[in-house]
Design a protein around this ligand. Structure first.
Ligand code: AKB
Length: 332
């Protein structure tokens, strides 16, 4: 009997430490499907539960990833899912991004604040490891912009940024006060081929690729010299896994900047022109310019590189090459 118990116990330990069961919120956004794929390949298909409040499309359904409806504002439902599916980690992607948040502040407050508070409470209650992304948008015009270190003045001017600073601080508080294994990476603009960003200031850097292939014309809402930190999605998703797997006691801090490259619309356009020589760009500036002007231009991620060996693979030429390869295979 003792042998049996020991065997089962070691199985539980094994599951918790080498094959965590992971729940992703906001899972049908830009990052969720890719992370679910990665987790499914790494820890097994049964160990990933993707959740969101929208109906998945047929393309997604074909992948066979476990999907559930879950509203981050519905604590009881989340509790049920965590218990019934024996969840070990939560990756909390639900959030309204910078541009869309300005259009609906009450909704941004309830999703980004109440939803995030629910997730931290659940992490405390069920002893879960929890990942909540933050952003370059957690900084403001008073922050040093080139480079922006981990620890500096943060006075963001968007509701998105304000709620993300609160998420960083509340997560760190839960870590210190209650021992919650909270982890947070501040992401730059993420560029992906098979998923779309949902209402950010950096979205131009995704749409430009689609327009380069489809119409060969692109109207950019940011000025040509607006420099922002950016990253290819594979680097972003790998960063989440690498950071989440890193031993807790070896992390000197809970919130880290991560970056891969910084470029302006003009620099991106020039790189794209190497692939689409007759591509044209024109500029029609909108309210997102003011947001971009308050954000970091170059992100200092030396602590992530030093503490948990963060090392992105893609620079601007590799990113552009990869985006065209991916988009051509998707669009056929
Ligand atoms: C946005 O533009 O709002 C996001 C971000 C940088 O967090 N992509």
């Amino acid at each position: 009997l003792a042998k049996g118990i020991a065997k089962n116990y070691s199985k539980i330990l094994l599951r918790n430490y080498s094959n965590p069961r992971v729940l992703i919120t906001g899972g049908l956004g830009q990052l969720g499907p890719g992370l679910a794929n990665l987790i499914s390949n790494r820890y097994g298909k049964d160990n990933i539960i993707l959740t969101d409040i929208v109906k998945p499309n047929g393309e997604f359904q074909k992948k066979g990833i476990n999907y559930l409806y879950a509203d981050v504002l519905d604590l009881k439902n989340l509790q049920q899912i965590i218990v019934n599916h024996k969840i070990d980690w939560i990756v909390h992607f639900s959030a309204l991004l910078s541009a869309v948040g300005e259009k609906n502040v009450p909704l941004a407050l309830s999703v980004n604040v109440t939803g995030m508070q629910n997730i931290l409470e659940l992490a405390k209650q069920f002893n879960l490891k929890v990942f909540i992304p933050s952003t370059i948008g957690a900084f403001g015009p008073e922050s040093p912009r080139n480079p922006t270190p981990d620890l500096t003045i943060q006075r963001p001017k968007t509701i998105y940024g304000v709620t993300k600073v609160y998420a960083e601080l509340l997560g760190e508080y839960y870590a210190k006060k209650f021992g919650v294994d909270f982890r947070c990476l501040r992401f730059p603009g993420i560029i992906s081929a098979d998923t779309q960003p949902g209402g950010g200031t950096t979205d131009y850097a995704v749409k430009i690729f689609h327009d380069a292939l489809e119409t060969k014309k692109f109207e950019c809402y940011l000025k040509p010299d607006t420099r922002l930190p950016m990253m290819y999605i594979d680097d972003c998703l790998n960063s989440v896994i690498q950071f989440m797997e890193y031993p807790s006691d070896k992390l000197a801090q809970r919130t880290y900047n991560i970056s891969a490259m910084s470029f302006t619309p003009e620099e991106l356009y020039n790189e794209i022109r190497k692939h689409v020589s007759d591509f044209e760009i024109n500029y029609k500036i909108d309210s997102r310019q003011e947001i971009a002007d308050s954000w970091p231009q170059v992100f200092d991620d030396q602590n992530a590189r030093k503490d948990w060996k963060w090392n992105p693979e893609y620079d601007l030429p590799n990113l552009v090459q990869k985006m065209f390869t991916e988009l051509k295979s998707i669009k056929g």
